[in-house]
Ligand binder design. Structure first.
Ligand SMILES: Nc1nc2c(ncn2[C@@H]2O[C@H](COP(=O)(O)OP(=O)(O)OP(=O)(O)O)[C@@H](O)[C@H]2O)c(=O)[nH]1
Ligand SMILES: [Mg+2]
Length: 317
């Protein structure tokens, strides 16, 4: 298959086409995935998450610059959680990373939901897979840490970087949303702003509480607490150091492959649910539905009848 062969050689147009097919649910997308799967598994997927405006895109741009100096090839996935409303944010993402637009070793893509349940994680996963096959060895996934969908996405990365900022407010929300439990590297960005010491103390306490809640393991990962001024690229080399260190830790513990495996497994379930939902729409017996609507049949019996109908349809192929 031409597109698959070209994209594993790093051809950008072929990669973009495969991503579009996957977005459009064009069956050629699935063919590409099955053709390139043997070329995947090498990329280190890093989730960057935190409250709106924390400086995630600016930080991503600085991390790209540093990672390029270290000869990484970098893919970036900017996740757009609520498509109709985030035109501005995505535009901001593009602007902040624009200086890398002409670098062939950097590939930046935005993904949205298109209104489908699970659509966000599906598009993110598909995009990461294609980037991985294209030979991008470091993939940054930027999400706003607000919704459950986004938390699920970051939980599936190899490494999760929480981006906080001085001043209490939104980042407390992020902590409440359970992000703190999944963060492996904490970066307080906008360290040039007031209230840094207070915020650092707050995060130190959180990390301390988290560490004491976990059983002692000699080889456990201790999340570093870093500060950065992304606009001036200050502290950003240390963030790349931490990402690389976490990558080494994951590989040394067999966790790298384990996390990739869990991600693939979760993705298979997402696809299965997606297909079942299509099947349900196709095979839901209109007579049963009409009977429920007319209140001739209760909803529980209706669900049983619809499921029996679906089983029968599946048996017939
Ligand atoms: N003072 C200061 N401003 C910064 C820093 N990093 C980013 N900014 C500014 O903060 C604003 C938001 O930055 P973004 O990188 O768009 O933040 P974001 O987290 O990607 O925002 P969303 O994607 O909309 O959630 C921009 O005006 C940046 O220039 C920093 O370290 N210090
Ligand atoms: Mg952004």
């Amino acid at each position: 298959m031409e597109v698959a062969a070209a994209l594993v050689k790093g051809n950008v147009a072929a990669g973009a086409r495969a991503m579009r097919w996957l977005d459009d649910r064009d069956p050629r997308g699935a063919d590409v995935v099955s053709a390139v799967i043997g070329h995947t598994g090498g990329a280190h997927v890093v989730g960057l998450t935190g409250p709106p405006g924390a400086g995630k895109s600016t930080l991503a741009s600085a991390l790209i610059a540093e990672a390029r100096r270290r000869e990484h090839r970098v893919g970036v996935v900017a996740v757009d959680p609520s498509s109709p409303f985030t035109g501005g944010a995505i535009l901001g993402d593009r602007v902040r990373m624009a200086r890398h637009a002409l670098d062939p070793d950097v590939f930046i893509r935005s993904v949205g939901t298109r209104g489908q349940a699970g659509g966000l994680s599906r598009s993110t996963h598909d995009t990461c897979l294609i980037l991985d096959a294209m030979g991008y060895d470091l993939i940054l996934v930027e999400t706003v840490g607000v919704g459950q969908d986004e938390i699920e996405i970051v939980a599936l990365a190899h490494t999760t970087v929480i981006v906080g900022l001085p001043g209490l407010g939104d980042e407390v929300q992020a902590v409440k949303a359970g992000l703190m439990e999944v963060g492996e590297i904490i970066v307080i960005n906008k360290a040039d702003r007031e209230g840094l010491d207070h915020t650092l103390q707050h995060y130190e306490t959180m990390l301390h509480l988290r560490a004491s809640a976990q059983p002692d393991a000699p080889d456990a990962w201790t999340p570093p607490l870093l500060t950065a001024v992304a606009t001036r690229e200050e502290g950003t080399a240390a963030v790349v150091d931490a990402i690389e260190a976490h990558g080494r830790w994951l590989r040394a513990n067999g966790e790298f492959a384990a996390r990739s495996g869990r991600r693939a497994r979760a993705q298979a379930m997402v696809l299965l649910r997606d297909r079942l939902s299509t099947l349900l729409d196709q095979h839901a017996d209109p007579q049963v539905l009409a009977a429920v609507e007319a209140r001739e049949l209760d909803v529980y019996s209706a669900a049983d009848a619809l499921l029996a109908g679906l089983r029968e349809a599946l048996r017939r192929g």
